[in-house]
Design a protein. Sequence first.
Length: 349
Amino acid sequence: MSDNAAWAPSAEHPRAGTGSAPGTASGAASGLARASAEADAWKLTDADVELLVLIRRFEQTILDLFSRGLLNGTTHTCLGEEYVPVALRPLLASGDFIFSNHRGHGHYLMRFADPEGLMAEIMGREGAVCNGVGGSQHIHREGYLSTGVQGESLPVAAGMAWSLKQEGAGSLAVAFIGDGTLGEGSVYEALNLASLWQLPLLVVVENNGIAQTTPIQLNLAGTIEGRVRGFGIDFVQIQTRDIEAIRSRLGPLIERQRRSPRPLVVEVITARLGPHSKGDDTRDPELVETLRRADWYHLIEASHPEALARAEAEVGPRLAALADELIAREPSRWSRCGTGVAHGSSHDE
Ligand SMILES: Cc1ncc(C[n+]2csc(CCOP(=O)(O)OP(=O)(O)O)c2C)c(N)n1
Ligand SMILES: [Mg+2]
């Protein structure tokens, strides 16, 4: 498969099971040269490029709003990892239930063409998708639930998968988790039942090689594959950022899950280009710089320049105008369900 993952930090650790790439910035640089040549063959649709750019610019807008003191709380951006939900978008069906995590803006934007509702939610302004109560990390919308509590989603996703299996319509529960979340016991309870009961559960592990400040080699014994196979669950590792190649690899496996319910865990070797949340990156600046030079964005600049220019011309100004407009909007209002205590809201669910 193209785009060898030497550019990614997690691929550098033998326990990530990705081969012999050296654990240095220069290893990532040589991987970049290879990937750049291979990206010429990538075939992305305009819609793919547009969603990639939308997620990228959305995340940058959120960080910018934070740095200007216009947001409260916290946020975690998926800068560098945007291609994962973009690759999955056509493989998921409207009846699937998505469970996202603390780094979930890209998952939401893959599911709903609604940057306005999400940005309003993060800013706590009118029009917020959860009336400003969920913020960046805790979003609930039809067929979609995110949580900032690591490992909280998987038992719930397994329960949803059980329910979807009873319905028999071929729908999946899809849970996105990070590599660091494999340190949570609830993950293994969920995998155990998912295997025993052959649940249609798709777990996507976005392995960026780090959990906040702790690199994977300090927190993960064995391999992700070894852990998953220990439960008798199918496992696939994705090293490439070639969206079409990811779809070709996963499409048949996901279709098989729909026809004949069973769990599947996909480990995507990826790279976080931004801080853990805002301004808190403890990694060696040289490594971060190397990762940024290997950003998928540069590959698409070379392989799809026109589509990228069109998307940038449309998305950038749209998000900037949206942020300005939201700053001027009233705070979002809500009421407690069932208490009758009105704080004013058009959505009381
Ligand atoms: C139960 C729990 N413990 C600790 C935290 C604080 N926390 C938030 S994100 C994070 C690291 C998560 O790492 P990983 O799962 O690899 O996801 P990534 O941030 O790399 O995308 C931690 C420790 C939390 N949110 N929930
Ligand atoms: Mg991680």
